[in-house]
Design a protein around this ligand. Structure first.
Ligand code: A2P
Length: 292
């Protein structure tokens, strides 16, 4: 179990639902909870918060046994807009509170609104509507400004982080501020999603990772998840496949050696697969998040 900077506890391995179709999400979430996951990460812009809530209710677990994390999309940035985005999110999830609420990414073309959105998260935290707040895809210079101009240090920063893109500068900035690193695409799914694959090498086929996996009788995905766990991060692998949902949680009964950890560390290519948080193309920011 990991402890956030405000004392809230977060399991090392959470369950991701990015690109999980709404009609598959409820069952995937229910099965993940049956498997033992206790943390689900979604986002307003994924369009499946409703199904995440249904999956949690279908599990039969009490609400307080599951850490629910979701993200405010950029089109809802601004103080009042973000307070309303919280209402939309709880309306869809079907819960009164959210455990971890984060900003989906910095919006460099409207950074003042990004800061106002964060101030709304601070308000929700003070009011007990959320238990922890944070950010996603923040680079060191975004963090620097946020820390200088707002009050509450984010509990976590969710970033693209897998062996091929490790963002050590962000990890260092997070560590210095007491912010937990949370890895999205922790098994490098973004290196092999259909449509993303062109010209990219899949981390799952990396010879070093495949060899380490063979030494342990494990899969490459398990090796990568174990690497995150041993480095003290939270990771949120996505799957809608029952076998892979279970596989990704079975990483607590083996350990990588120091040499194997170092071999994984050495795979960083410095190549970002996801959108550049400072990129000029802001068209996707305009996507409207429906009311609950
Ligand atoms: P699927 O949902 O069919 O399992 P990431 O979380 O790093 O972005 O990776 C998600 C992608 O990896 C999805 O395409 C998912 O597809 C696939 N995936 C998830 N778990 C595994 C696994 N254990 N082995 C291979 N592929 C996996």
């Amino acid at each position: 179990m990991l402890t956030l900077n405000n004392g809230v506890q977060l399991p090392e391995i959470g369950f991701g639902v990015f690109q999980s179709a709404p009609d598959e999400t409820t069952e995937a979430v229910r099965l993940a909870l049956e498997t033992g996951y206790r943390h689900i990460d979604t986002a307003a812009v994924y369009g499946n918060e409703r199904e995440v809530g249904e999956g949690i209710r279908a599990s039969g677990l009490d609400r307080d046994e599951v850490v629910v994390e979701t993200k405010v999309w950029v089109s809802d940035y601004g103080y009042d807009q973000t307070l309303h985005a919280f209402e939309k999110a709880i309306g869809k999830l079907g819960f009164d509170t959210i455990d971890v609420l984060i900003l989906h990414q910095p919006a460099p073309d409207r950074f003042e609104k990004t800061l106002d959105a964060y101030r709304a998260l601070e308000r929700l935290l003070a009011d007990g509507r959320v238990r922890a707040i944070g950010v996603s895809n923040f680079m060191p210079h975004h963090l620097e400004r946020l820390l200088a101009e707002t009050e509450v240090v984010p509990a976590l920063n969710q970033i693209e982080l897998h062996p091929y893109f490790q963002q050590r500068d962000v990890q260092e900035a997070d560590r210095a501020a007491g912010i937990l690193d949370q890895a999205w695409s922790p098994i490098g799914g973004i290196t092999f999603y259909p449509g993303f694959r062109e010209g990219r090498r899949s981390v799952l086929e990396d010879p070093t990772i495949v060899a380490i996996a063979e030494e342990h009788g494990r899969t490459p995905a398990q090796v990568m998840l174990r690497w995150h766990v041993q480095q003290g991060r939270n990771a949120i692998p996505k799957s809608t496949n029952p076998g892979r949902i279970r596989e990704n949680f079975a990483v607590f009964d083996f350990a990588l050696t120091d040499a194997q950890m170092a071999a994984l560390d050495a795979l960083d290519t410095g190549f970002r697969n996801g959108p550049d948080p400072d990129g000029a193309d802001t068209s996707r920011f305009e996507r409207v998040i429906p009311e609950a």
